[in-house]
Design a protein around this ligand. Structure first.
Ligand SMILES: Nc1ncnc2c1ncn2[C@@H]1O[C@H](COP(=O)(O)OP(=O)(O)OP(=O)(O)O)[C@@H](O)[C@H]1O
Ligand SMILES: [Mg+2]
Length: 495
């Protein structure tokens, strides 16, 4: 259907695509993998007409394809779910879904049809929200599902998904895979980008590996293993998936949360985390983990409850209070809550620790450079604006910001979202290193293997309550999932 030959795309200071070849066939799921900054999203934008390439060529059905804008891409039947969400927050879910072609009756928008069409689409994707809900009220996973629903509603011939499952839990991802397989049956070509190699192995018919803007491997999936993919992406073998847990003695109780209640959830929540401990928070999307963490950090107002640090009660009414008391929160939504996109890397890294003090630009740049090399940040330099970094590299900047704040309690919500396999290992190592230094870590993640890989114990949320606690010795994915579902099932029902 589409052939890409020797595609080149340059940005100031970087060659994002440096000769990419790709063959996309109807009725096939083609996975695109590669490290953070390898050029995947740039390639997607070239295919979609957003970034016209500087060299190379593309053909569609054997004819030259030279899109000059996103509209050209759409007209050619190419639909994209971008890595960074692009919904209109003040419009409703239904309006966002059908924005390109709102149903009309006698010239005015047919509200009733809009609602029923949206409801049907939401049911297909498995998203349980009212079509009239404003998008700004949704969580990030729900927004992601709306983006996906929007893309599949256009009946595209080529559907491109740039990390669609980054924010989803396995239940939602499973549903998405079912839909993608159905589209493949109907002859749709699908390009699928993911850092979850397990998904690629499960789903794809063909795979292309990008490294430094070049396609280094492009072949059918048959016989390909995860280590093969890692080797092609990173250029070396990765010994194991998770770093060993450091030896630590259980320290004093660092953070104690008692009777916390947040708006929209049952609660109350009570738990504590010791110095040196890594505590995981598992649960389905919408179980209230993010909301609880935001309340602890003062980003949302808690309805009730107390927070103690080092045995002393503290008042956290604003993130400023939290930072002052030594609590950090790496939010799940880096674009709208974690970064100032139009500031350089250096300013973002030092953002959480300015507190009115004068920081020289020289010192700021030096700090950013230091964190950049520690986290293997891929950029054209610390003055590069964060907006133009690849998704995974943006995530590293948020992490650097909180490392620089040096808090005793570090809450991380989806810390490795969009991070490639090699960098993921490094981030895990870093988090475990902080625990070894005596910090208390709270890790919220939809990636259960990640929680089981790095946590000392896991608290399982279900419908706004803590449904259970599992110690490392008893980690078992099935048991944890059963707890995660428990709040949503009637007595005796099985998940
Ligand atoms: N608009 C832009 N201006 C300048 N540089 C850019 C721009 N967009 C992308 N880049 C650079 O191009 C390179 C490739 O980025 P791209 O977003 O394609 O990577 P990616 O493979 O999608 O990575 P990730 O897995 O982190 O999403 C990066 O070095 C990035 O900083
Ligand atoms: Mg990307």
């Amino acid at each position: 259907m589409m052939r890409v030959t020797g595609l080149v795309k340059r940005f100031p200071g970087v060659v994002a695509l440096d000769g990419v070849d790709l063959d996309i066939r109807a009725g096939e799921i083609h996975a695109l993998v590669g490290e953070n900054g390898a050029g995947k999203s740039t390639l997607v934008k070239a295919l979609a007409g957003i970034h016209p390439p500087d060299g190379g060529s593309m053909t569609l059905d054997g004819r030259p394809y030279k899109p000059g804008s996103a509209a050209d891409g759409l007209a050619a039947g190419i639909s994209v779910v971008h890595q960074e969400l692009a919904l209109l927050p003040y419009l409703t879910v239904a309006e966002n879904l059908f924005l390109r072609a709102l149903p009309r009756k006698a010239g005015v928008v047919d509200r009733r049809r809009l609602r029923t069409d949206a409801a049907a689409l939401l049911a297909e994707i498995g998203l349980d929200v009212a079509p009239d809900t404003p998008v700004e009220r949704l969580g990030i996973a729900q927004m992601q599902l709306v983006e996906i629903a929007k893309a599949i509603s256009t009946e595209a011939r080529l559907l491109i998904m740039d990390e669609p499952t980054a924010t989803l839990t396995s239940r939602e991802s499973g549903r998405l895979f079912g839909i993608l397989r159905g589209l493949r049956e109907r002859g749709v070509a699908i390009v699928y980008i993911s850092h979850h190699l397990q998904e690629v192995l499960e789903l794809a018919d063909r795979v292309t590996v990008l490294r430094n803007g070049r396609s280094v491997v492009s072949r059918p999936m048959a016989g390909v293993t995860a280590p093969d993919l890692v080797r092609a992406m990173v250029g070396r073998d990765l010994a194991q998936e998770y770093p060993p847990l450091p030896e630590r003695a259980a320290g004093e109780e660092m953070l104690k949360v008692t009777g916390l209640r947040v708006s929209g959830f049952d609660g109350p929540l009570s738990f504590s985390v010791r110095a040196g401990e890594v505590v995981g928070f598992a649960g389905l999307v919408g179980a209230g983990r993010t909301e609880a963490m935001r309340a602890i950090f003062g980003a949302d107002t808690a309805l009730a409850g107390t927070i103690e640090l080092h045995g002393r009660k503290v008042r956290v009414r604003h993130p400023k209070d939290a930072v002052r008391h030594g609590i950090s929160l790496l939010t799940e939504d880096r674009k709208s809550q974690g970064l100032v996109l139009d500031l350089p890397i250096s300013a973002n890294v030092t953002l959480a620790k300015l507190r009115g003090a004068l920081l020289s630009f020289k010192r700021e740049r030096a700090l950013a450079q230091q964190y950049g090399s520690r986290l293997h940040l891929r950029s054209a330099g610390v003055s590069q604006h964060v907006r133009t970094l690849s998704g995974g590299n943006q995530q590293k900047v948020v992490l650097a910001k909180w490392l620089n704040a040096g808090s005793d309690v570090l809450i991380v919500d989806e810390p490795t979202r969009g991070i490639d396999v090699g960098a993921k290992y490094e981030i895990h190592e870093l988090l475990l290193g902080l625990a070894a230094e005596g910090k208390a870590l709270l890790v919220v993640s939809s990636d259960l293997p990640e929680l089981m890989g790095i946590c000392d114990r896991i608290l399982v949320f279900s419908r706004g309550k803590i449904a259970g606690e599992v110690a490392r010795a008893d980690f078992d994915a099935e048991h944890i999932l059963t707890l995660a579902y428990s709040g949503y099932l009637k007595n005796g029902e099985k998940p």
